[in-house]
Design a protein around this ligand. Structure first.
Ligand SMILES: *[C@@H]1O[C@H](CO)[C@@H](O)[C@H](O)[C@H]1NC(C)=O
Ligand SMILES: *[C@@H]1O[C@H](CO)[C@@H](O)[C@H](O)[C@H]1NC(C)=O
Ligand SMILES: *[C@@H]1O[C@H](CO)[C@@H](O)[C@H](O)[C@H]1NC(C)=O
Ligand SMILES: *[C@@H]1O[C@H](CO)[C@@H](O)[C@H](O)[C@H]1NC(C)=O
Ligand SMILES: *[C@@H]1O[C@H](CO)[C@@H](O)[C@H](O)[C@H]1NC(C)=O
Ligand SMILES: *[C@@H]1O[C@H](CO)[C@@H](O)[C@H](O)[C@H]1NC(C)=O
Length: 519
């Protein structure tokens, strides 16, 4: 067994070594508005560059930092949008209801496509006849206008999804599976599994599809035609050009799904970077914590100003009643009324902390990368999700038994203290976390090697019809076996109807006979 494993590793290494010579031109387009998703694409891009590929990246200024050997095209206008968003507190509007959210999203996506395509650097690239690209890597978000680049350069299109997979990603990957679809926006989506919730959630996803079809796509089509001059039909055709879809998730973290062979799980891609080291003081605090450590962080993107009012006070009061030591990541270093067991850090070496044996619990906003890191280290979580995919990320680890979730808007000191104490006293969360961690780590190749191998696979094998599920071959009626269900129902119905008819005739005869006997 061990020998075979060594052989496998060796041959994979050789595979990754070979064809270094076949360098390709790769274009990556990542107009993200916050920093976390860049941690996912960065290791992949860096490795592709060191393997001799010519990589060009279109991103905002400063996000990510320059990567060696990579040509960066920075779209300054994207940074303006980020500034606009933070200054106007638009983020908070995303929590109100799904219609405001959809309207805002449509505008933001229109602006993003427009900003990129009209950027001077991108325009220069488009007009330079010597430019060519073999592969274009994009997040499978709704920036449909950018698919024009795929046609323009006759390139292969590959998706890199930094968030959890939803119905839209499944659709673009050509993996239809309505029964396991999840929404893009969690606002108003029910987590229960009752019939009523399921019907409601189906309607919720249908509404998202309608918004996509009626609002997002027409706006993108406008830009698609303005910048490329292709037909509307072309844009629809390009939507099904995704050859591979790399997704930042792993089945151990949630539900097992039936995926077509072009959906590749690379969850944990960002773990290939070495963890940040801890400074001496923090290390001492971790080592000396005899009662264990609780690590509290709301991630990189949530500033204190987005948190509900008084939450800081409530947390400080709760933490003061605990014996455990607390590491609190916050941009507000000055907290006058904090108790002695609380240690505040501005930049926490999160993975280093989570890997420390004294850490018992991670209180988190449920950002995907944080959840992946806690799963990797096997640390139980208490989730306080606030935006976007955080609700869904926490839901799956909660169902698996390594986490609990609380509503941050109705938090009070008693329930919070009780939940924390319950999670620390009850061993089951810890054991589950360790078990899941083992599943998460046990793979034939690291997530980064997997991503690199499949990216080069997409470069070698450009005929995507061999990789994607051919939807024409599985019409809806056959996929759900509606025809056989109908045939079965018909036969069952016929038999049932004959039986009922028989019983009814017998009953009639019996009644007639009764009447004759007792007139
Ligand atoms: C990559 O870029 C270098 C330097 O610009 C160039 O010499 C080389 O031909 C490029 N490779 C490909 C595959 O185009
Ligand atoms: C989109 O761009 C317009 C015009 O520049 C701007 O007024 C608007 O605030 C932007 N909307 C979003 C959601 O970025
Ligand atoms: C596009 O690329 C494919 C595969 O490399 C090639 O067979 C085809 O001829 C190219 N089409 C054009 C118009 O260059
Ligand atoms: C804290 O520790 C003390 C002494 O070990 C113990 O008596 C007490 O019950 C602990 N309190 C909590 C809240 O666990
Ligand atoms: C521990 O927690 C789990 C999950 O909440 C629960 O099923 C179990 O009964 C608890 N055990 C104890 C001893 O409280
Ligand atoms: C791609 O593969 C399909 C199905 O195997 C085949 O019918 C088609 O001719 C191939 N296309 C090219 C350009 O080789």
């Amino acid at each position: 067994m061990r020998l075979r494993y060594c052989w496998l590793t060796l041959s994979l290494c050789l595979l990754l070594q070979h064809d270094r010579a076949q360098a390709a031109n790769i274009l990556g387009i990542f107009p993200y508005r916050h920093i976390s998703p860049f941690f996912v694409m960065q290791p992949l891009v860096r490795t592709l560059a060191t393997r001799g590929h010519n990589v060009t990246l279109i991103t905002p200024i400063g996000m990510p930092n320059d990567i060696e050997g990579v040509r960066h095209i920075r779209v300054a206008q994207l940074n303006e949008r980020i500034k606009e968003m933070l200054e106007s507190d638009q983020v908070l509007d995303f929590m109100i209801n799904k219609w405001t959210e959809s309207a805002l999203t449509a505008k933001a996506l229109f602006n993003a496509s427009n900003d990129i395509l009209s950027d001077p650097g991108v325009q220069r690239m488009l007009h330079d006849k010597s430019e060519s690209f073999d592969l274009i890597i994009m997040e499978p978000s709704s920036l449909d206008a950018l698919y024009g680049l795929v046609e323009f350069y006759n390139a292969t299109l590959m998706g890199l999804s930094s968030i959890r997979i939803n119905w839209h990603t499944y659709e673009l990957a050509g993996n239809p599976a309505p029964s396991i679809y999840e929404p893009i926006s969690p606002v108003g989506f029910s987590l229960e599994t009752s019939l009523f919730s399921r019907v409601y959630n189906w309607i919720h996803i249908m509404e998202e599809k309608l918004v996509n079809y009626l609002i997002l796509r027409p706006a993108q089509l406008h830009l698609f035609q303005k910048f490329f001059g292709y037909s509307a039909q072309k844009m629809n055709e390009l939507r099904s050009r995704f050859s591979l879809m790399l997704i930042n998730s792993h089945y151990s973290m949630g539900k097992v799904r039936a995926n077509a062979p072009n959906i590749i799980e690379v969850g944990g891609l960002h773990l290939s970077e070495p963890p940040e080291p801890s400074d001496e003081e923090l290390q001492k605090f971790l080592d000396k914590a005899d009662h264990g450590v609780i690590y509290f962080s709301m991630g990189n993107d949530i500033l204190i100003k987005f948190l509900p009012e008084n939450i800081q006070e409530l947390l400080l009061q709760t933490f003061a009643t605990l014996n455990e030591s607390i590491i609190w990541k916050s941009e507000l270093l000055y907290m006058p009324d904090k108790s002695d067991n609380v240690y505040v850090v501005e930049q926490a070496p999160q993975r280093h902390i989570l890997n420390h044996p004294n850490v018992r619990l991670f209180i988190t906003n449920g950002g995907l990368l944080s959840v992946i890191e806690a799963v990797d280290s096997g640390v139980p979580m208490l989730g306080l999700p606030m935006f976007f995919d955080q609700f869904g990320n926490m839901r799956w680890v909660q169902l698996s038994g390594m986490a609990e979730v609380m509503d941050i808007n109705s938090l009070n000191k008693d329930t919070l203290t009780e939940t924390i104490k319950h999670m620390l006293a009850n061993n089951s969360y810890y054991l589950k976390a360790k078990e899941i961690s083992q599943f998460f780590k046990d793979r034939p190749m690291s997530p980064l090697d997997t991503a690199v191998w499949w990216t080069e696979y997409a470069l070698r094998n450009r005929n995507i019809t061999r990789m994607r599920l051919n939807l024409e071959e599985i019409p809806l009626i056959e996929y759900y076996r509606i025809d056989s269900i109908l045939a079965f129902s018909l036969r069952f119905g016929l038999v049932a109807a004959s039986l009922i008819f028989l019983v009814y005739t017998l009953f009639l005869k019996y009644r007639i006979r009764l009447r004759r006997l007792h007139p």
